[in-house]
Design a protein around this ligand. Sequence first.
Ligand code: ADP
Ligand code: MG
Length: 302
Amino acid sequence: ATPTAVMVATGVGANNGVLIKGGDALERAQMVKYVIFDKTGTLTQGKASVTTAKTFTGMQRGEFLRLVASAEASSEHPLAQAIVEYARHFHFFDDSSASNGWLFDVSDFIALPGKGVQCLIDGKPILVGNRKLMAESGIDISDEVENFVVELEESARTGVLVAYDGIVIGVLGISDPLKREASVVIEGLQKMGVRPVMVTGDNRRTARAVAKEVGIQDVRAEVMPAGKADVVQSFQKDGSIVAMVGDGINDSPALAAADVGMAIGAGTDIAIEAADYVLMRNNLEDVITAIDLSRKTFSRIR
Ligand code: ADP
Ligand code: MG
């Protein structure tokens, strides 16, 4: 392709909200064999909402939700935001006299990436997160709790466990719907001979249920934040050209490691910086647009 062709293609991309950072990135996209998608915020809308909140020790729901929201209030994780919003709604409908002071005082807050959060409320430890977090803190999960979590996961929801003072007091079920175009795009890629893969920090069962809905067979779940780049590299081992599509801070090392990093325009600045492409419309169809554009621009010299 001539420099003019590259310039024209870059302009066509820009008109479609696909920002391409340089001719090399444009050229590599035609050869992509695998497209690895982050789950949350990339395949899904990233708009998590609580669908279920169940307590296990006879604690009142209002009290339970206040505790959980207090623990999650300092977290920026989408799950935390969903929980705080749900608890706030519940609280205001439950008690109209409530004001800003509805949360408990929290101390010693720590966010544990890929696992959850922990802090102290009323001098007692509270843990909000996944099984890994509970296991590492020696919290026992009863069959009743485990069965409930499995049920949530099989319906593509994320189960968030809550332990207070060493005991699981409740579980929240959180759902994050797929983007409307997601499954059409996956099918389109497969027709183009490109293999889609999903990577996520979420648990295996939820990941598989979401992947099944969207039509992806190859799933890498329970990947810790630092591990996404390793997943990219594992697909590059045989010389395959790999694209990574992601939105989060967690995704930026993987976006940088990929031959073609594509950041969702609504994603975090760090992800956008690490990527070769920015999909400004936040529409996954632009993954196909990007590959198509590269194929059309470079087909003449192949
Ligand atoms: P993803 O790759 O899907 O963006 P993360 O690595 O951010 O996932 O998180 C992985 C898992 O860790 C979540 O699915 C959840 O179970 C747990 N987790 C992380 N942060 C929180 C939090 N603030 N509250 C509850 N659970 C959390
Ligand atoms: Mg994400």
